[in-house]
Design a protein around this ligand. Structure first.
Ligand SMILES: Cc1ncc(COP(=O)(O)O)c(C=O)c1O
Length: 411
């Protein structure tokens, strides 16, 4: 089979020197292996056969670039992995069936019974839920911490602390964590830093430079970009940890379908231009919302008014279409629901990162921060600003705000 050298990182070495947009287009692409096809084919395979016993034994060791079993990865997966690792600046990437599994595999593959892990209190809700409700059954002690304490995390470290999990900006609150400060403390103690970098995508953050040991993405969002795929990735430098995580994913049955690997790679090619448009549109909408009398605060670290703006400017090279806002306290939940129901261009939906604009009304329980105690002044909304014309988005928000009787009181 001619695709056997795909997955060998030495092939990407030259590409790493080119600009990010160029690497985005060409990363993981090997037309020379597929008779000139610019995209890698979708390898739909479970069973792999060998010519003899020696070859079977060789395959069972899962050497890079050699098929063993469909769930263990195919050239379609290796192309995606090579492209993401190269973009992020890590040696290895593992493609997984969801972003959530990227965090879980990191925890379960590298931590064991008796270990303590610190989890920022602004991470994606289901991660918090798993950490607080499920990990104890595995003998793991997971402790939430205030995501804003930066180097103050030092006071929480115990002799058995193995891992710190962060997400910046945080889910729903969009508050920033000083990741380099957390990483410096973690590394003094030999602790691994795992970051959910989904918001940043591989393009808006230099994850290794911030001291992140394992960078996780839900590719379901901007990488896929078309709301039609579930995919996750984790990237890292360390060879041993990579092997452990690879085997954990394999043994736990976390296999990404080759079709989804293909769709993620296809989405990746246009990530840069899409993100630019998402950012342009989101800035227009967010700045408009900031001027509205019904709104207490826009939660968007890319805006100069946001308390996280200084950290965002230092650590990120751009923003995307996802941000939140909080209504003034006199706006009731009922009026907020009316606003959400009145929207026509913004669709009511979970998730984000696709081409379309979405709106979600946050429940108080999902947005309040368990450790820092932060609670929004009024009802809160998350918007994903898509690729539509921003004038239509603003007109939609305007007519939906007009549907709120309390809005008149706020004027
Ligand atoms: C920040 C963040 N991380 C992870 C996930 C989980 O993604 P997936 O559905 O790919 O597991 C989400 C989903 O909304 C998310 O918002």
């Amino acid at each position: 089979m001619r695709a056997t050298t795909l997955g060998d990182k030495s092939m990407a070495a030259d590409k790493g020197k080119k600009h990010q947009d160029t690497r985005l287009v060409h990363g993981g692409s090997h037309p020379e292996l597929f008779d000139g096809a610019v995209n890698p084919p979708i390898f739909r395979v479970s069973t792999v056969v060998s010519a003899n016993v020696d070859e079977m034994r060789e395959r069972s060791k899962h050497p890079p670039g050699k098929l063993a079993y469909g769930r263990a990865g195919t050239p379609t997966h290796w192309a995606l992995q090579e492209a993401i690792a190269d973009l992020e600046g890590y040696k290895h990437c593992l493609a997984l069936p969801s972003g959530l599994s990227g965090i879980l595999i990191s925890i379960l593959g590298l931590c064991g019974s008796g270990d303590h892990i610190l989890v920022a209190d602004n991470v994606y809700g289901p991660i918090r839920l798993v950490c607080c409700d499920r990990l104890a059954a595995w003998g793991l002690d997971a402790e939430l911490f205030d995501a804003s304490i930066g180097a103050g995390v030092a006071d929480l470290i115990k002799p058995n602390t193995k891992m710190i999990i962060v997400e910046s900006p945080g889910s729903l609150t969009f508050d920033m964590t000083d990741i380099p400060a957390v990483s410096a403390v973690a590394h003094e103690h030999g602790i691994l830093v795992v970051a959910d970098n989904t918001w940043a995508t591989p393009l808006l953050i230099d994850s290794p430079a911030l001291g992140i040991d394992i960078s996780v993405h839900s590719g379901t969002k901007y990488i896929g970009g078309h709301s039609d795929v579930a995919v996750g990735t984790l990237s890292l430098d360390d060879d041993d940890l990579h092997q452990k995580l690879k085997w954990t994913a394999l043994l736990f049955g976390y296999g990404l379908s080759p079709d989804d690997a293909y769709l993620a790679l296809r989405g990746l090619r246009t990530l840069s231009v899409r993100l630019q448009r998402h950012e342009e549109n989101a800035r227009i909408v967010a700045e408009w919302l900031e001027r509205r009398p019904e709104i207490d605060r826009v939660l968007c670290p890319g805006l100069p008014s946001d308390p996280g703006h200084a950290i965002w400017s230092r650590d990120f090279t751009g923003m995307n279409g996802l941000f939140g806002f909080i209504f003034k306290s006199m706006i009731t939940q009922d009026a907020t629901d009316r606003f959400v129901n009145a929207l026509e261009v913004f669709l009511r939906g979970f998730s984000w990162g696709g081409y379309e604009s979405l709106v979600m009304a946050n429940s108080v329980d999902s947005i309040k921060r368990p450790v820092s105690g932060w609670t929004p002044a009024g009802p809160s909304i998350r918007l994903h600003v898509g690729l539509e014309n921003p004038e239509d988005l603003i007109a939609d928000l305007q007519q939906a705000l007009a549907a709120m009787p309390d809005a008149v009181a706020a004027e």
